[in-house]
Ligand binder design. Structure first.
Ligand SMILES: [Zn+2]
Length: 234
């Protein structure tokens, strides 16, 4: 199992690790700051530095291992100590767009009661697909304005862990805890202080003020279970 540094610290850009496997087109490390989990959030790129620099063109998760995709792994061997460095500009945009998604989710829910049916976070934008009978553009626009007011004030984004049993006893968390497979014993909670919290394994910024401002890219009507709001942190 690769230790995922971002689970506790989203701001680690450089780290030291040991190669545990060399594959055709990638290497597995014992620990990594690269984000490999997917779940609708873009993965990390960057480099692995040994006697020379190797470009990491993406990161994926397979059987509990983080695979760092490298075209030519010649020179890399199991047991070697290497340095990893993530492409921070890309990662930071993903973090800002991702925390924006959590905030917008709460704001749109407050205004409309709509839940999220789908979503995706990439570097240049994100979208949220709401389950809504009617797409009310004004309400959504107002929700984005509300989000921007909160961003101006700022609020810490806290990350902590909750065991399944505690989550089952918590009325806000119980739905989520029962939804996750029983083998998930510990939930990683991402909480925007005083605003919303949910279980999430992705990378986040430490305070919503880092978002700057949320801008609507477009709204798209893909049926009542998929009213899409495209947005970006600017
Ligand atoms: Zn999340």
């Amino acid at each position: 199992m690769t230790e995922l540094i971002h689970m506790k610290d989203n701001y680690t850009r450089r780290f030291e690790a040991e190669i545990t496997e060399v594959l055709d087109g990638g290497v597995v490390l014992n620990r990594t700051a690269f984000y490999p989990l997917g779940g609708g959030v873009g993965d990390d790129k960057g480099m692995i530095i040994a006697d020379k620099k190797y470009n990491v063109v993406g990161t994926k998760w397979q059987d509990g291992k983080a695979i760092h995709l490298i075209e030519d792994t010649t020179g890399l061997r199991v047991g070697m100590t290497v340095n990893g460095e993530i492409e921070w500009g890309r990662r930071y945009k993903l973090m800002r767009n991702h925390t924006s998604a959590h905030l917008l989710e709460a704001m749109v829910f407050n205004k409309t009661g709509a839940l999220i049916g789908s979503g995706n976070v990439s570097v240049d934008k994100g979208y949220l697909g709401f389950t809504l009978e009617n797409m009310d553009k004004e309400l959504i626009e107002q929700a984005v304005k509300d989000a921007n007011k909160l961003i101006e004030k700022g609020a810490p984004v806290k990350i902590y862990f909750m065991d399944r049993k505690t989550a089952l006893a918590d009325k806000d968390m119980v739905k989520l805890a029962t939804k996750l497979p029983p083998e998930v014993k510990e939930l990683r909670i991402v909480e925007i202080e005083g605003i919303e919290r949910q279980a999430c394994g992705g990378p986040h910024i430490a305070d919503i003020s880092e978002i700057g401002k949320i801008e609507i890219v477009k709204m798209d009507n893909k049926g009542k279970n998929n009213r899409r709001l495209y947005y970006r942190a600017v």
